[in-house]
Write a protein that binds this ligand. Structure first.
Ligand code: PLP
Length: 493
């Protein structure tokens, strides 16, 4: 089928695409560098792209103002303080959180997560409950919890959809009658998986809170393509990185804390900017109230106004339009990938996570298999994609729990791999062991669409992967895997 007919088929199956055509014009005017360099960008879950106008507006501001370190009374400082506070108000407005939440600027989502982890009142008898699907910066909070004697538990995922196993999650939430002020419990999950694109149910927030839990919502992979209304769902803590939403600036993230939950957090230290008073001789300090008590040292103050610019850009495009566009493209990608077959009829692609569009976002993770059912080396796919000027991502995306669930890797599998791969983890050896233990893969290939994605981008990717048809040259698999039954095919069976 030629390109025009394919596009015709696409718009017929996704008529709502018509609501997003202003994004094609935006791509041509604001993201022209992609086409000028013949690049296809498919890593929006890794980082968003900025519009040319965002940079211009920000640099015009820097050029036209004299801006100094905020929080003093000089004109340059007061101007800077005003711009930082304006950005803070814009963040709260964007999430419909003004008056209810405090916005704490951090370096990134990880910085925001660490603030919660180190300051949450974990205690012996208390709990940290998290989904197996989580970024490592959420997984890492288990170290703070365990160090303070709290119980750490993971809620498993279902296979092959990689959704939360809700009965198991509910049983864990109900453990010991829920969480109490004396034995506090923090429950953490991502609104959208950075591995599978699954959108976990936000209704879980209220369910957990009804049983005494505090909820930490990792919104980093969700907010770039979905609206989040913090009057509709009210987690105690929400984290995000702004570069994922609109590409620029990097180095600024945010922790949103519900105001009534702010007194729960007890900072384990103080530093410049976080105290109203500190004495060396008297060995005491008084922490600043509100966000100031959490913003260590000097803020990335020149970059923070670019957050307001980025939010305005996103709002002018329309978060719903971005969401619709990403949904249409993702549905098309999935349908096309699932239809790819070698000449012998065997499927070429194994998708991880949902293959329908219910409760899923624009992140699609996969591995390729050759005509004999042998795994294709995802590292070689990345290299070849790079040669074709396509940016995608491979590995485990800092989300080991989702990857292990996707491949049904058990603690035994992981121990065997770790033992064989040695303390420094020889990845080649590790991958071999995973193959030997049932054709499992230690990593995958991830693509994701966003604000500047076009149908042509997606078609370039599909054409690229079509080139793996009948190829055996990129194989690393040592066993033959049947994608449809998810089983290793033994010789002669
Ligand atoms: C779901 C999720 N949470 C947290 C993070 C961490 O973000 P950052 O690296 O900006 O701290 C990421 C980054 O990929 C993510 O996708």
């Amino acid at each position: 089928m030629d390109a025009t007919s394919r596009f015709g088929q696409f718009v017929t199956s996704h008529p709502e695409w018509a609501e997003t055509t202003h994004l094609d014009a935006l791509r041509a005017s604001q993201y022209a560098r992609l086409d000028a360099q013949n690049q296809v960008y498919l890593d929006y879950t890794g980082g968003g792209l900025h519009a040319a106008s965002q940079l211009r507006e920000h640099t015009d501001m820097l050029d036209s103002m004299v801006l100094g370190n905020p929080h003093s009374l000089s004109p340059s400082s007061m101007d800077m303080t005003r711009r930082v506070e304006q950005a803070r108000a814009a963040v709260l407005d964007h999430f419909n959180a003004a008056g209810d939440y405090t916005a704490i600027f951090t370096l990134n989502a990880s910085g925001a997560l660490k603030l919660v982890g180190e300051a949450y009142p974990f205690a012996a008898g208390g709990h940290f409950l998290l989904s197996a699907d989580n970024h490592n910066s959420v997984n890492g909070i288990r170290e703070f919890a365990a160090a303070k004697g709290a119980d750490v538990a993971y809620a498993p995922l279902t296979r092959p959809d990689l959704r939360l196993d809700m009965p198991a999650m509910r049983a864990l939430l109900a453990q010991a009658g829920g969480a109490t002020p004396a034995t506090p419990g923090l429950m953490a999950f991502p609104a959208q998986s950075n591995f599978s694109g699954v959108k976990h149910p936000l209704s879980l927030i209220e369910e957990a809170q009804a049983q005494g839990w505090h909820v930490l919502l990792d919104a980093a992979a969700y907010v770039p393509t979905n609206p989040l209304d913090l009057r509709a769902v009210r987690p105690e803590f929400v984290v995000m990185s702004f570069y994922k939403m609109f590409g620029y600036p990097t180095g600024v993230g945010c922790l949103l804390v519900r105001n009534d939950a702010l007194p729960l957090l007890r900072r384990p230290w103080f530093g410049g900017g976080t105290v109203n008073f500190a004495t060396v001789q008297g060995r005491m300090h008084v922490l600043s109230s509100g966000e100031a008590g959490f913003e260590d040292g000097t803020l990335n103050y020149l970059s923070i106004p670019a957050v307001e610019v980025g939010l305005r850009h996103m709002q002018s495009v329309g978060v719903e339009a971005i969401q619709t566009r990403v949904r249409c493209l993702t549905a098309w990608i999935i349908a096309q990938l699932m239809a790819l077959r070698h000449s012998n009829g065997r499927p070429m692609v194994r998708l991880y996570g949902p293959t329908d569009m219910a409760m899923r976002g624009g992140t699609v993770t996969m591995n390729f298999y050759d005509p004999n059912g042998h795994l294709v080396d995802y590292r070689r796919v990345e290299e070849l994609a790079g040669e074709a000027r396509i940016s995608l991502r491979t590995g485990c995306f800092c989300n080991p729990g989702a990857g292990e669930s996707a491949e049904d890797l058990s603690a035994d599998d992981m121990r065997a791999g770790i033992d064989a791969a040695g303390a420094a983890i020889n990845l080649q050896r590790f991958m071999q062991v995973m193959q030997e233990r049932g054709g499992k893969s230690a990593g995958a290939i991830r693509i994701s669409t966003g604000i500047a994605s076009t149908f042509a981008d997606v078609e370039r990717f599909l054409e690229f992967v079509g080139g793996f048809r009948d190829q055996t040259a990129l194989t690393i698999g040592t066993v033959s895997f049947d994608i449809e039954s998810c089983r290793v095919v033994r010789e002669g069976s």
